[in-house]
Design a binder for this molecule. Structure first.
Ligand code: SF4
Length: 828
């Protein structure tokens, strides 16, 4: 294919923000390859990015706006004009009767910057409430707090190329190999070409990231502050402080050191050996170029903000910031978490890195948006927002591009809140998410490859996501939907955008406000004059963009912008702040009833709640079932063996997962992936167990530290069931659904005996228009197949314990699906 036909866009998943070349194929899918000119990945992709082409199409898509006027009714199809007017009327009625804080938006790091900007403008600028918060609250809100406290701005100062320049890379609270694979590939390559590069992984689990680590510090969950306070003390006691930097460019050092020195039992708190601590501390102090990469293991904690500042304190104490190969590096989880932070997608910021507590910022934005109703105070953060909804204070909520019933903690409470909320609007590209079950209004949004706009990655690089495929049904861009509602609420002149390029230009102009008097880090001056063609052809731009960066042809063209290289920070006195921190144990504590600690996170080949990655057979093949990792000694204590099904429970709920006994996890700890939801498993959502304890400053929930108990979940029969379409399995006690072979494979376990399970599964096929039915009863298994229109429709195998051989037989049956083949295979 000629090069001209490839369209440059950006990956839909993680915060690495890899550039992708995509081209439509004749079957309506996409061919995908890494964009060799993109400075964030230089052509590399991970399994998820490479499989994006398998995830486009109409399967599972929400196609039309639907509405119900009464919660007892089912939703009915409606028109865009009616539904946007309905939302506008309902929101306005609530605002008139109960004030602007009675309504809320809950948005997402999946939104493009332009969508985010318009949503924030409507809620904060014109509705007059700051009740707009994002699922990014769950991802990096603690880093935002840490950055602002230390730097006076939410700044990630580094560039990805610092990985190649570092002398030591510390990875703490991040399974980089699985969660940000292309950066991990980059680190692996850097280590291969420079064997002196030291890699240290700090993580309670031994993950794949440890494969390239020189040191793995299997720290006790939640003890990071003690570890880094110990480092600060070590730096001081070993006369490694950069006194000149501290005196000229920072404040608060003495107080921070005094508190750090009070940390006396670091070995006990962290569970690390003395020599492990010394080795780590020596590496930090003896190497000039230290890059500290951190992610959800740091952020998702009741002490997340303090953890971030304890890391930054150490970098400031040695002046290890602002030059090549060096600095604290918060890596974001979502494709546009950074873009959301930029435009004000969090309830506690205004927009364009301007703040509520600054009256000048308030005035600048009011004037810019020509509004006199700009919100004057912070809104409700995610957990507080749903609490307020449960208490009846939020009477209308609009959820965009996210699935809070699966992703927020204590999801029973989230469901109660949504049940209680008089108006729940959900816009999403996918149908039948767990959250959509609660929606009074559903709005079909465009998905990746259909929508157009920009995203910002973890090195502050803005890249275009481009439209490649047509949208199915009546799906629309999120910014368009929000603008229609805004216009119907009476804000016609402020929301008359013709296309996303106009929104981006307005946003870029906003970043320039007040820069002459009080500079901010986020400044897109060089993008304020983009015309339609310029926006259409925009190449990746790392901010601040004072002049548009050139089209990248060669690596030499790439600009790498490090912030704080002049040691000038965005505080009033331009000095960075040390933040005095002391360790406190996580708020969630184990007990006799719940003696184990549950950690949660991502696996390599799935993303969030699987609504997209679950469509790819390639990705599904990596991990078939939700699992719970458990240490061999703990497994013995709880009488669990590999491949048992376990019930994991606490006061909130109980869920099931397949047991994986491994020494990668420490004793008395468990790990469960976050991805499986009601569409892909009967009852395996860890969010049901997680307490809604949050960091007091960031509001970020503690996803990594939940007290639970575990026991074997006994069953009497198993089945493998393959079908072309998803099937309602409500009455089956344990099932997991996997996309496979052009259909769906269900792995089933039941407390009933095999005969009862056979009857139950057979009844699921009662309504199929059958040409014939084949059954065979062998010594230890029962086989069942339905032929429809001369082809195999569905089939299942039931036995007390299913085997891989049975799965292979079932797959073969499904692949050789002509009637005669099936009959032969049944009789063989
Ligand atoms: Fe996409 Fe992240 Fe993989 Fe890059 S590393 S291809 S952005 S999922």
């Amino acid at each position: 294919m000629s090069n001209e036909k490839w369209i440059k866009t950006t990956c839909a998943y993680c915060g690495v923000g890899c550039g992708i070349d995509a081209i439509p194929t004749s079957d309506g899918k996409l061919e995908i390859r890494g964009d060799k000119t993109h400075p964030s990945n230089f052509g590399r992709l991970c399994t998820k990015g490479a499989a994006l082409g398998e995830t486009v199409g109409t399967e599972g898509r929400l196609l039309y706006p639907m509405i119900r006027h009464d919660k007892k009714q089912t939703r009915k199809r409606t028109h865009w004009t009616d539904v946007t007017q309905h939302i506008a009327d309902k929101f306005q009625k609530n605002i008139d009767e109960n004030g602007p804080d009675s309504v809320a938006f809950y948005v997402s790091g999946q939104l493009l910057t332009e969508d985010y900007y318009v949503a924030n403008k409507l809620m904060k600028g014109f509705i007059g409430s700051a009740n707009i918060d994002s699922n990014s609250r769950l991802c990096m809100a603690s880093s935002v707090v840490g950055h602002k406290r230390a730097f006076g701005s939410d700044t990630v100062p580094i560039c990805y190329e610092d990985i190649e320049h570092a002398e030591a890379v510390i990875i703490t609270g991040s399974n980089l190999a699985w969660c940000h694979p292309v950066l991990f590939q980059r680190l692996r390559a850097a280590k291969q070409s420079n064997p002196d590069l030291i890699v240290i992984v700090i993580d309670p689990r031994r993950t794949e990231t440890c494969d390239i680590a020189d040191h793995h510090l299997a720290i006790k969950s939640g003890s990071d502050v003690a570890l880094f306070n110990g480092l600060l003390t070590h730096i001081s006691e070993n006369t490694q402080l950069n006194h000149e930097y501290i005196e000229q460019h920072t404040t608060g050092f003495d107080a921070a050191l005094t508190l750090a020195k009070k940390e006396h039992s670091i070995v006990d708190i962290t569970g690390l050996k003395e020599h492990e601590l010394t080795e780590f501390y020596d590496i930090f102090t003896k190497n000039k170029k230290i890059l500290t990469i951190y992610s959800q293991g740091v952020n998702q904690s009741s002490q997340g903000s303090d953890k971030v500042n304890s890391i930054i304190n150490c970098h400031l104490a040695m002046g290890k910031i602002g030059y090549q190969g060096c600095g604290p590096f918060s890596i974001t989880g979502q494709p546009n978490a950074m873009g959301g932070r930029e435009v004000g997608g969090l309830a506690n910021t205004l927009a364009a890195h301007m703040e509520f507590n600054n009256p000048k910022h308030h005035q600048l934005i009011s004037d810019f948006w020509k509004t006199d109703t700009l919100a004057t105070k912070e809104g409700l953060k995610a957990i507080d927002l749903f609490d307020a909804m449960a208490e009846g204070k939020i009477k209308a909520v609009w959820i965009m591009a996210t699935n809070p019933v699966v992703s927020l903690p204590n999801s029973k409470k989230i469901m109660t809140a949504l049940e209680k909320c008089p108006l729940v609007v959900v816009s999403d590209c996918m149908d039948n998410t767990d959250t959509m079950a609660f929606a009074d209004v559903v709005l079909p949004a465009q998905g990746w490859s259909e929508k157009s706009g920009t995203v910002t990655n973890s090195e502050r690089r803005i890249s275009r996501q481009r439209r490649i495929l047509p949208s199915p049904g009546e799906a629309k861009p999120d910014w368009w939907i929000i603008s229609q509602v805004a216009q119907n609420m009476g804000f016609e002149t402020a929301f008359t955008y013709r296309h996303e390029g106009e929104i981006f230009k307005e946003y870029a102009q906003m970043t320039t406000l007040g820069q002459d008097k009080q500079p901010r880090d986020l400044h897109l001056l060089g993008l304020t004059t983009l015309d339609d063609k310029g926006y259409s052809e925009l190449t990746p731009q790392q901010w601040p963009v004072l002049e548009q960066q050139p089209n990248i042809q060669e690596k030499a063209d790439i600009q790498h912008i490090r912030l704080f290289s002049d040691a000038q920070f965005f505080t009033p006195d331009k000095r960075a702040r040390f933040v005095p921190i002391s360790y406190s144990s996580p708020q969630n504590a184990t007990s006799m009833s719940y003696p184990l600690l549950l950690n949660t996170g991502r696996i390599r080949d799935h993303w969030h709640t699987m609504s997209r990655t679950g469509l790819s057979e390639t990705l599904a093949s990596h991990t078939a079932e939700p699992f719970v990792q458990i240490h061999p000694k703990t497994a013995i204590e709880y009488q669990l063996e590999n491949n048992h099904i376990a019930e994991i429970y606490n006061v909130n709920s109980a869920i099931q997962a397949r047991v994986c006994v491994t020494e990668e996890i420490s004793e008395n700890s468990l790990f469960i992936p976050i991805h499986w939801n009601s569409a892909t498993a009967q009852n395996s959502k860890p969010c049901l167990l997680i307490n809604d304890v949050v960091d007091p400053d960031s509001g970020q929930p503690e996803f990594k530290h939940t007290p639970v108990n575990i026991k074997q979940w006994h069953y009497n029969s198993e089945a493998l069931f393959i079908t072309p379409h998803k099937v309602e399995m409500d009455n089956i006690e344990y099932w997991v659904c996997e996309k496979t072979n052009g259909g769906y494979l269900y792995r089933i376990a039941s407390k009933q005996n095999t005969m009862a399970l056979i009857i139950q599964l057979s009844s699921l096929l009662d309504n199929i228009n059958k040409e014939s039915k084949l059954t065979s009863e062998l010594t230890h298994e029962y086989r069942h197949a339905i032929i429809s229109n001369t082809k195999l429709h569905s089939a299942f195998v039931v036995s007390e314990k299913t085997t891989n051989a049975q799965k292979t037989w079932l797959f073969n049956l499904y692949q050789h699906n002509e009637k005669d083949n099936i009959k032969t295979m049944f009789s063989s």
